[in-house]
Design a binder for this molecule. Structure first.
Ligand SMILES: Cc1ncc(COP(=O)(O)O)c(C=O)c1O
Length: 416
């Protein structure tokens, strides 16, 4: 109430009266308080005090092996990548201060899109400020009111948010279930616009999608197909183009979504496509138009990294070795994993409950190992997971050290 105006008959509104808009967070606040009251370190508040390499950092003053980053191809400290970023920072400044459609397209953004077109051998590439915005923008723009989106129930939050923003009819189906997907497609009215949204690798359990079969079904019903290859780019497929390439069905994918925040080793997102009208997206896609473009140093590091990933065959082979070694070792010790065979660079260790998951996470950190603690709602089926993501720069010896740490921590916490 403004000063000087007195309204004696009407008591002033007292802070705290009325509905507290934060009351909807009470459950998560209580869960978090209970967890911290048990004495464990806050698993969602870890600080990297110094980063030593793609696989090591100083956390809580201790040299720690990183097994919970998305730095799959270990590009963050690549000398060519760092040099390209430094040069662009010096030549073009620290930021563009504008949207891609106004003053925010520099030659570096174009060079980055050229690198993506070459990497995927596709006609069009559009760089967004994050992968989250790429999904948000492309999905909400191409599937609007009256259209149908058929998507895997375990899709990433950015996919769900893109569906919500576009106002299409959203029809989820059981994870990786081809028959359930077909049933949904069959029920869509004749003549309606249809988009099937899939991921190559699902990031919680590290499992891959049967894309070849799913895309064949989608095409049978006349649907367009979008595949998010965030966790497979750079690693899976003969050229690192992802699971669709590995399974020989990349030509049938209408839109590939990806990110620079994982194998590419920086930040940003993209969509590549062969659709002849794709370029119109630059004018109609709000999360592309109404936000500032990536800094020149970021697109320079991304373009350099993408070009190096085209020749990353040896790194890909070593990363597979690491994934197999870790998966086999943990299985042998009696841990329950998200997949029976290693399918990606993600190895998810299933914990009995959040308390023991947090205790195990902390025991590993004290051993000098960082992994991701993942819990609902991010995880499927209410699972608590210790998600391990391997890097092509982890040495064979490091993976053996990691296995020793898991064995000691697992025994101390009573999980194995
Ligand atoms: C499947 C998937 N898509 C999109 C994203 C978003 O990527 P970004 O970090 O670039 O916003 C992520 C990030 O975790 C992801 O896992």
């Amino acid at each position: 109430m403004s000063e000087g105006i007195s309204q004696p008959d009407q008591p002033e509104a007292v802070a705290g009266e009325g509905k507290d808009l934060f009351s909807k967070f009470d459950d998560i606040i209580h869960t978090r308080e209970a967890l911290l009251a048990s004495g464990v370190e806050d698993p969602f508040n870890l600080v990297m005090e110094k980063v030593l390499s793609p696989t090591r950092a100083v956390c809580n003053g201790r040299d720690t092996i990183l097994l919970g980053t998305y730095n799959y191809m270990g590009m963050t400290f690549d000398p060519d990548v760092i040099e390209a970023g430094k040069q662009a920072l010096a030549d073009f400044g620290s930021g563009t201060t504008g949207s891609r459609v106004l003053n925010g397209t520099y030659q570096g953004h174009k060079a980055c899109e050229e690198a993506l077109k070459e990497f995927y051998a596709m006609d069009h590439a559009m760089v967004f400020s994050t992968g989250y915005q790429a999904n948000l923008g492309i999905i909400s723009t191409i599937a609007g009111k009256g259209d149908y989106i058929v998507l895997d129930i375990d899709s990433h939050a950015s996919i769900w948010d893109g569906c919500a923003m576009g106002n299409a009819e959203v029809v989820p189906f059981k994870h990786n279930d081809i028959e359930a997907m077909e049933k949904r497609l069959r029920r869509i009215p004749e003549g309606a616009g249809k988009l099937v949204v899939l991921e190559g690798v699902y990031s919680m359990l590290g499992d891959i999608a049967p894309l070849k079969e799913m895309i064949a079904v989608a095409k049978k019903y006349g649907a367009m197909v979008l595949v998010d290859e965030a966790h497979s780019m750079g690693f899976i497929g003969p050229n690192g183009r992802g699971v669709a390439e590995e399974q020989g069905c990349l030509e049938d994918v209408d839109f590939v979504i990806g990110t620079f925040s994982k194998s590419v080793g920086t930040v940003g997102g993209f969509c590549v496509s062969n659709h002849p009208k794709f370029e119109i997206m630059r004018l109609v896609c709000r999360p592309y138009v109404f936000t500032a473009s990536l800094p020149p140093s970021v697109v320079a590091t991304a373009a350099t990294s993408i070009r190096k990933l085209m020749h990353g065959g040896n790194k890909r082979a070593h990363l597979w070795e690491n994934s197999k070694r870790l998966h086999g070792g943990l299985t042998g010790m009696g841990f329950t994993l998200g997949t029976t065979e290693p399918q990606s660079a993600i190895v998810a260790v299933i914990m009995p409950d959040l308390e023991r998951g947090a205790a195990m996470w902390e025991a590993l950190l004290h051993e000098g190992l960082y992994v991701n603690l993942a819990r609902p709602p991010a995880t499927p089926a209410n699972m608590t997971l210790l998600r391990c993501s391997l890097c092509a720069e982890h040495s064979e010896e490091e993976v053996e050290t990691i296995l020793g740490m898991f064995e000691r921590a697992g025994k101390a916490v009573g999980i194995i």
